[in-house]
Design a binder for this molecule. Structure first.
Ligand SMILES: Cc1cc2nc3c(=O)[nH]c(=O)nc-3n(C[C@H](O)[C@H](O)[C@H](O)COP(=O)(O)OP(=O)(O)OC[C@H]3O[C@@H](n4cnc5c(N)ncnc54)[C@H](O)[C@@H]3O)c2cc1C
Length: 459
């Protein structure tokens, strides 16, 4: 059959661009359709960190690591409640795909290698020019390979042939045909209805919730896939960061000089616990949680590069004046005003103050060097914090390790592939660490492009 392209890729983020470049490398003619007016989606806005094991950068830094070790860590952290074959593929291909990306021209700073999650092995790789650099390098290769792109065009349907195979896309009245289609439309962080349905933890925070990525993260890939019979994997998964909700600024860590307590008046974590686990800990409290500190801490909270909008003395003063933070002359009054168990709060603080003196957090092992300070000088403050900054969504299309989209009948849908944040099969309740979204986007984007190109030859 005559067709317009061998492969059509929907979306031009890290996943879509990787798919397009690898499909072209397999000799396919490729079209990218992109809803935005420029290439890159959330991938361009992103840090672009890449979680990988066994890379040349790790070797340079003297880090011994392997795909086996990464797989064991990933699966254990997620209690095997993710698709093992898909995770295995990611682990196996993380290093070769990382090297592919560096071969294309993306630079990763060796000194930027870091422990990006809760594991002991540094696997977070930072590109020198963040996600923007990755997108620009991939887009330059797309152009070199003659891959066509249409911008400002939102795909709203898939074409199906008489045998039920996907054979193209629709944009309103227009359509384009292909031997295979790769869905790489990103997540649904910008779609409140889908958050409500598929990520209730994120939606539960009402006005406090905001998504840090592109407005085009509307979950179109899930909808297009579902209309073609695809199954959805996972629920209530993604990454949320904790915020006092003063403004829409991205901040990943709470300061060490405050404590966080639940309604029972108890601390429940090292307040500087990795952002990958803090939101989950808060969820388990089952009620509101508050950052508590005293006047001495507030006055000493100086602006710093990592915190301009939240934990800064003038900001905190202003928010207290506005009644957004509760301020009281005694801990009893503070507890009464926000509805915390007062006796327990005072005991918690008494214990914490002793720990500050000895320089050791005997309950949660927060390092003293993070600025632990006793809570002694009135007035006292309580700022509610919520896991409300949505970084990415982890529920999505079910795929197999070859990135074929799997139908509700448990069979691959012929001609349909998916990669990137639109995919759900490898994200569990615990984020593996910084780079755990971008890494799989590139890995599975590359796999999807190559497999779509091969399938297209056979169609
Ligand atoms: C500020 C920020 C920092 C981040 N930092 C990191 C990090 O350091 N490490 C990490 O692992 N993750 C990080 N993430 C998450 C990660 O960047 C994303 O999960 C990832 O980039 C998603 O890539 P993608 O290709 O799947 O989607 P995107 O990059 O969002 O690309 C999808 C594209 O599809 C287009 N599209 C959507 N619907 C349609 C349609 N119907 N028709 C045509 N086109 C459509 C969109 O316009 C978009 O351009 C961060 C995210 C943000 C926003």
């Amino acid at each position: 059959m005559e067709r317009d392209y061998d492969v059509i890729v929907v979306g031009s983020g890290a996943a879509g661009l990787s798919a397009a470049v690898s499909a072209a490398d397999e000799g396919a003619s490729v079209l990218i359709v992109e809803a935005g007016t420029r290439v890159g989606g959330s991938s361009r806005l992103s840090g672009g960190h890449f979680y990988a094991a066994g890379t040349s950068v790790q070797q340079q830094q003297g880090v011994q690591d392997s795909a086996d070790a990464m797989f064991e860590h990933y699966m254990t952290l997620n209690q095997w409640l993710v698709e093992p074959s898909v995770v295995r593929k990611y682990c196996d291909l993380s290093a070769p795909t990382f090297e592919w990306l560096t071969g294309l021209g993306v630079e990763f700073k060796p000194e930027g290698l870091y422990r990006s999650g809760v594991g002991s092995t540094p696997r977070g790789h930072q590109p020198t020019g963040e996600g923007e650099q990755v997108v620009n390098v991939l887009d330059a290769h797309r152009q070199q390979r003659g891959v066509d792109i249409v911008l400002d065009a939102r795909v709203d349907g898939l074409l199906t042939d008489d045998d039920g195979a996907i054979c193209g896309i629709r944009i309103g009245e227009d359509q384009a045909t292909a031997g295979a289609v790769v869905l790489a439309t990103g997540g649904f962080g910008a779609n409140p209805e889908m958050l409500e349905e598929l990520y209730p933890q994120a939606a539960a925070n009402g006005d406090w919730s905001w998504y840090i990525g592109t407005e085009h993260a509307q979950g179109d890939g899930l909808k297009l896939g579902q209309a073609a019979g695809a199954a959805i994997d996972g629920r209530d998964r993604g990454l949320l960061l904790v915020t006092p909700g003063f403004s829409r600024d991205l901040e990943t860590l709470l300061p060490g000089w405050l404590i966080v307590v639940n309604e029972d008046g108890r601390r429940f974590c090292n307040e500087m616990a990795p952002y990958t686990v803090l939101a989950g800990l808060i969820k388990h409290q089952g009620g509101k949680v508050y950052a508590v500190f005293d006047e001495g801490a507030r006055a000493a909270a100086k602006p710093n590069p990592a915190s301009q909008a939240y934990w800064v003395n003038e900001v905190l003063e202003r928010k207290a004046d506005q009644g957004i933070i509760t301020r009281a002359d005694s801990l009893d009054a503070l507890a009464a005003e926000v509805g915390i168990n007062a006796g327990a709060l005072k005991n918690t603080i008494e214990h914490y103050n002793v720990d500050c003196e000895t320089g050791e957090d005997s309950m949660f092992f927060k390092p003293a060097a993070t600025g632990m300070r006793p809570i002694v000088s009135p007035p006292f403050y309580a700022a509610e914090v919520r896991p409300a900054i949505i970084c990415w969504t982890g529920t999505g299309l079910r795929i197999n390790a070859d990135t074929e989209v799997i139908g509700v009948d448990a069979k691959p849908i012929p001609g349909l592939y998916a990669a990137g944040e639109t995919v759900g099969s490898l994200h569990g309740d615990r984020y593996i660490g910084g780079g755990g979204s971008y890494g799989p986007c590139v890995v599975f984007g590359k796999v999807a492009g190559a497999n779509a190109a091969l399938a297209s030859k056979g169609n």
